[in-house]
Design a protein around this ligand. Structure first.
Ligand code: PLP
Length: 371
């Protein structure tokens, strides 16, 4: 059997989570079971998962260098991290982050008096301060949707408040671009719905940690709240991992080309892409990431109506929420609940695997139609 430490991650994504038994299928079957006959290791799948969930966890754990706990969605994974925070706990979260996580924190602030500090991804000193004083430090890097990159090695390596947790939502980076556990984070979180699943056909989430104590608590929470993923979703997530390396390679290369072309276009006001020298966190990205990712956020010149016309004129790029699929998706972000504060013509673009010149032609014709 292959061992993740001896392999490049791109090989592990293909080799991991296989049965590897003489006569066994190459891929784990979709085991749909609620319960198992007594006498074996597994009893009930809300607690134990099934063979399919375990194969997914083996694969995801190896990819980040820890023990993985799989969930039915990214938010189920995030909520498990927030679950045990005491009344009055101190939290630090990014000033730009996934709106569902911000809403989860705000809910706890109302219900349990959590004190929440919002910090800009690039404000390393403020994050280091939070690491020394907050009960939960929740980073998201690159951030959604402004693509701010945090200096994870500097933050996660800073002196810590005893017993606190640093969790990094690494959904936009994937394990190909950064490895938060190696930088000293306690937990790395993924919405596997996105790049890892990669085909816009499943919901999933994962938490990975090196600490067996943290893992045991998270599994207990998953058992209490019923967040285990289904077998079909687990199978599809494994299938997605197999091509993550090649998909990211293509999507990132196209994102770099499109970001540069957008920046030259007269009808685009701002382009945010960590690979551009003009991006606020380009220096941190260059130093800490193994690539600049496949997300590009840009502001069309004009008002929200112009931006809506642009979105409705797209032919190849899907005007849809979510991201990380082989199909490019784009949406006007301030139309989303909880994102109304964003510039009205801000467009979040998840670059997929189509031919780059077809994507560019689609953008050019939609800009023309939006004028
Ligand atoms: C989508 C997303 C989530 C939430 O994941 P779901 O799978 O939709 O529950 C959390 N963080 C980031 C950065 C995301 O993009």
């Amino acid at each position: 059997m292959s061992d993740p430490e001896s392999l490049d991650i791109e090989s592990w994504l293909i080799a991991g989570g296989r049965p590897n038994q003489p006569g066994a299928p190459l891929n784990v079957p979709i085991v749909t079971a609620s319960n198992f006959e007594h006498g074996g290791k597994m009893v009930y799948s809300r607690e134990d998962g099934t063979e399919t969930v375990l194969a997914l966890e083996q694969l995801l754990g190896g990819m980040e260098g820890g023990q993985a706990i799989a969930f039915g969605s990214g938010m189920a994974a995030a909520a498990a991290v927030f679950h045990d925070l005491a009344t009055g706990a101190n939290l630090a979260i990014p000033d730009d982050c996934y709106h569902g996580v911000a809403a989860l924190a705000a809910h706890g602030a109302n219900l349990r008096d959590w004190k929440i500090e919002r910090i800009a991804p690039e404000d390393t000193a403020a994050w280091q301060n939070a690491a020394a004083s907050a009960d939960l430090v929740w980073l998201e890097s690159p951030s959604n949707p402004l693509l701010g990159v945090a200096d994870l090695p500097a933050i996660c390596g800073a002196p810590r408040k005893e017993g606190n947790l640093i969790c990094v939502d690494s959904t936009f980076a994937t394990p190909l671009l950064q490895r938060p556990l190696a930088s000293g984070a306690d937990i790395v979180m993924h919405s596997t719905t996105k790049f890892i699943g990669g085909h816009s056909d499943l919901l999933g989430g994962a938490l990975i940690t090196k600490s067996s104590t943290v893992a045991a608590k998270l599994i207990e929470t998953r058992t209490h709240t019923g967040g285990v993923p289904g077998a079909l979703e687990s199978f599809l997530t494994i299938r997605g991992c197999r091509t993550l390396g090649v998909r990211m390679e293509r999507a990132q290369a196209s994102a770099a080309v499109l970001a540069a072309r957008l920046q030259e276009h007269a009808d685009i006001d701002v382009v945010r892409y960590p690979g551009l020298e003009t991006h606020a966190t380009h220096e941190i990205a260059k130093r800490t990431l193994d690539g600049f990712g496949a997300m590009v956020t840009f502001d069309l010149s004009g008002d929200g109506e112009c931006a809506d016309r642009f979105c409705h004129s797209l032919r190849l790029i899907q005007n849809a929420t979510s991201l990380g699929g082989v199909e490019s998706t784009l949406e006007r972000r301030s139309n989303i609940e909880g994102q109304e504060h964003l510039p009205p013509a801000l467009l979040r673009f998840s670059v997929g695997c189509e031919a780059v010149d077809d994507l560019w032609s689609d953008i050019e014709q939609a800009i023309a139609a939006s004028r």
